[in-house]
Structure formats: structure tokens, C-alpha cells
Write a protein of this length. Sequence first.
Length: 298
Amino acid sequence: MKILVLLGGVSNEREVSLRSGRAVADALKASGHEVVEYDPQQGLEGLAQFVGKVDCVFPILHGKGGEDGTIQAELEKLGFKFLGSGSQVSQVCFDKNKFKEILNKLSILTPQSEIVTRISIGASPLLQRPYVLKPLNGGSSLDAFIIRDPVNRAYDPRIFDHYQLLILEQLIEGTEITVPVLGDAALPVIEIIPPQGGEFDYANKYNGETQELCPPQHIDAAKQQEAQRLTEQIHKAVGARHLSRTDIIIDSEGKMWVLEINNIPGLTETSLYPKAAAVAGINMQQLVQKFLDLAMQG
């Protein structure tokens, strides 16, 4: 088959998208497929040239313009079969507040939060206890502040020079896990342990210093299964398609707090999604073939 791989894009996660896209393209080629690459940074109007010339599109794009429904709406308009959730579902997954609204309706635990501006943040009671301040729409932990001691440390107010709206969220202490979904079924759980004294931030996601344990070493099998069933429920509830990855904190009482969902998770050589697939016995070539099968089914 002939597959169009979209990679790069216009977001601040461009470099990760380039790596993810190349890894996917290489795996497709190794499986005998013909691959064409296109960077949406060149303009969405360029997608029209591929109409009727490719069998499927893989939008391997992270962040704004890639996961927020923009590229998906264009692919829908042009009539492509493509990997991943549709435009409306992508919008919900990308907007942390809209996603939390769905969780609240389902009575699924998620940290208390509020949308804040440069002016309104000062009045929030959430600043009085450990908190996370991060972009309302974004990923890869870019521009996120994790403040465990608000008495002696605070966020950098210059963050509002780049974002008008941020989400201020209660920090839940516990064990961080992430659970990928392939099709409608959860893959193995991954336990995430940042380096001593560090956080699971953008740098520690990609520098190899964070431990990513699959299977987990500090979470029993029953709790792992509970996390998988919860993730499958969320994937279905938001209407996600083909793939997703949900981030969760398990607190000291064993309660699961859902943080966010990623509708186009990283697919680089060091990313969490391929790691979980490998533990399930699915190598990268097999994984992209499964992606293609799912995408062709619609």
C-alpha cells in the first residue's frame, strides 16, 4: 500500500513529531509499503495533491495543529482514510478542560483544576498547596511547572507571555503510570519513575534518565488490570479511535487519578507506546501494520 506520513508540523513539539514520523515511516517501508512524507509546515493546502494517490494517511503530529483536530478536519474534508481519532474527538482530547468534564460526568477521579489567566491566577486557592501549572492545550510536558513547595517556590509568571490561558491543577502525589490502547484494548501498563530529585518533565522524557518499567515493579497485577480497564473505558467514552495513551497517578491509598489522554502518543524509538507494544509481543513493524489495518477499516 501507499501511505502518506505527516510529520513535523507547526507546534513546539515539532522535533518529537519528526522523530516519531521517521520511526513510523521506516517501519512501514520495512514492511514493504510505499511511503510518502509531507510536513504540514509547508501548508495544509499541499495535502490536496495526494488525493486519490495514497491509500491511507498517518498524521504523526504532536501538539497544536496535529492533535487538536485541525489536521483531522482537513483530512476528513479531503476524504482520506487516516489513522487516529476524528476531528471532534481530537479537539476534546487535546483540551484538558473538556477532557476533565467527561471524566467528571463519569465520576472518574481527576485532580481539581481551574483555567487561569495572568490576572485570575493570584486568587486561586490551588496556589496554596502543591500544584501543576501547564498549557490548556499541549503535550510532552512542555512549559509545565510542577510546584511541590508553594511556600518557597512559584511558577515563572513569564509563562503568560506565551499562553493567555493555562490550567492550574492540584498536584497528586503517587506513582505515575501510563496505559496505551491499541484498537479498543489496553496494552501493558508502564510505570514511570523520574530521576532522583527530578520530575517527569520534557527533558526527562527524552534524555533516558527516567525509568520506564514495563511491566511495573511496584504495582500489583490486580491494580494493573484495574488501570487497563479504566483506560479502555476512557478511550471508549471520549470516542477515541485506533490508538491513545492515558496518564494516571496512583496515590498512597490506591486511588487512580486520571491526568490526561494523548490521541497521537509519541512513536519515537524511546517512546512509551512502542515500549508497551513490544512487551505485548508487538514489534514496531507489526505495530504500524496494525495501525494500517485499523485505519483502513475506518
